[in-house]
Design a binder for this molecule. Structure first.
Ligand code: 5GP
Ligand code: 5GP
Length: 230
C-alpha cells in the first residue's frame, strides 16, 4: 500500500515536471521587438556616405533596418542559433518586396542578401520560437505597411526637404498615426546637423501588434531636428 502510494506520488511529480518543461520550451526567450526603420537620406548624407543597392536607388521612403527581439530591462539577445543560418530559398517570394522596403545602403553596393542575412542571424534567430525565417521577414514587411510613417509625416506637413522640425511634433504625428509613442534616433549630417535617422516602434512577441515600448533605447536628439531629402 505504502509503495503504491509513493509510486502514484512520483507519477504526479513527473507529470508536473514535464508540464513545466513544456511551458519552458514554448515560452519566448525575449519580451518584445523593436521594429526599426531608417531614413535613407540620413544614412547617406553623413561623413561615411552610402552606396545604392545594385538594383538601383531606393525610393524616397523609410526602409526597414530590422525587427529586434529585446528584453524589458533594455538588454537584448543576439546570434541565438548558428544552426539556423539564412536561406535565400525560403524568402524567394518576398525578394521584390524586400528590395523595395528593406533596401541596403551600406558600401560596397549589395543586392540586400548580406543585410537580410546579417539581420536574420543576429536578431531573427533570437525569435525563432515564434517566427521562422519566412514569417519573420513577412512580419517586418507587414509592420512597415501598417506604420506608414512617411505618409503620416507628409500629411502633417513634415516633409523630407532639409527643413527643421520639432522632435515633439514628429513624435506626436507618429503617435497619432500608429497609436504608440516612437523612439527617434538622430545622427549628424556631414556638416554636423542633428537629423532624423531611425524610428523605433515596439511590437508584441507575436510580431504583429504595435505596443507601448516597455523601455526606450538610450540616446537623445536635439529639440529641433532636420529631415533631409533623399
Ligand atoms: P548602435 O550601436 O549603432 O546603436 O547599434 C548597433 C547594432 O546593435 C544595431 O544595428 C542592432 O543590431 C544592435 N542594437 C543596438 N541597440 C539595440 C537594442 O536596443 N536592442 C536590440 N535588440 N539591438 C540593438
Ligand atoms: P546592425 O547594426 O543591425 O547590427 O547591423 C547592421 C549591419 O548591416 C552592418 O554591418 C551594416 O554594414 C549592414 N548594413 C547593410 N546595409 C545597411 C543599411 O542600409 N543600413 C544599416 N544600418 N546597416 C546596413
Amino acid at each position: 500500500m505504502k509503495s503504491k502510494g509513493s509510486f502514484f506520488f512520483m507519477n504526479i511529480s513527473l507529470v508536473l515536471l514535464l508540464q513545466n518543461l513544456s511551458v519552458l520550451c514554448v515560452s519566448q526567450d525575449f519580451d518584445f521587438f523593436y521594429f526599426v526603420q531608417q531614413w535613407p537620406g540620413s544614412y547617406c548624407d553623413t561623413q561615411k556616405s552610402c552606396c545604392y543597392p545594385t538594383t538601383g536607388k531606393p525610393e524616397a521612403d523609410f526602409g526597414i533596418h530590422g525587427l529586434w527581439p529585446n528584453y524589458n530591462d533594455g538588454s537584448y539577445p543576439s546570434n541565438c542559433d548558428s544552426s539556423n543560418s539564412f536561406k535565400q530559398s525560403e524568402i524567394s517570394d518576398l525578394t521584390n518586396s524586400l528590395q523595395k522596403d528593406w533596401p541596403t545602403l551600406a558600401c560596397p553596393s549589395g543586392n540586400g542578401i548580406q543585410f537580410w542575412s546579417h539581420e536574420w542571424e543576429k536578431h531573427g534567430t533570437c525569435s525563432e520560437s515564434v517566427l521562422q525565417q519566412h514569417d519573420y521577414f513577412e512580419a517586418a514587411l507587414t509592420l512597415k505597411q501598417k506604420s506608414n510613417l512617411l505618409q503620416a509625416l507628409n500629411t502633417a506637413g513634415i516633409e523630407a526637404n532639409g527643413g527643421s522640425y520639432s522632435l515633439s511634433s514628429i513624435k506626436g504625428v507618429i503617435k497619432e498615426a500608429t497609436g504608440y509613442t516612437p523612439f527617434i534616433e538622430c545622427n549628424d549630417d556631414s556638416s554636423g546637423n542633428s537629423q532624423l535617422y531611425q524610428v523605433y516602434l515596439c511590437v508584441d512577441t507575436s510580431g504583429s501588434n504595435f505596443i507601448e515600448c516597455p523601455v526606450f533605447p538610450n540616446g537623445k536628439c536635439g529639440s529641433q531636428i532636420q529631415f533631409p531629402s533623399f
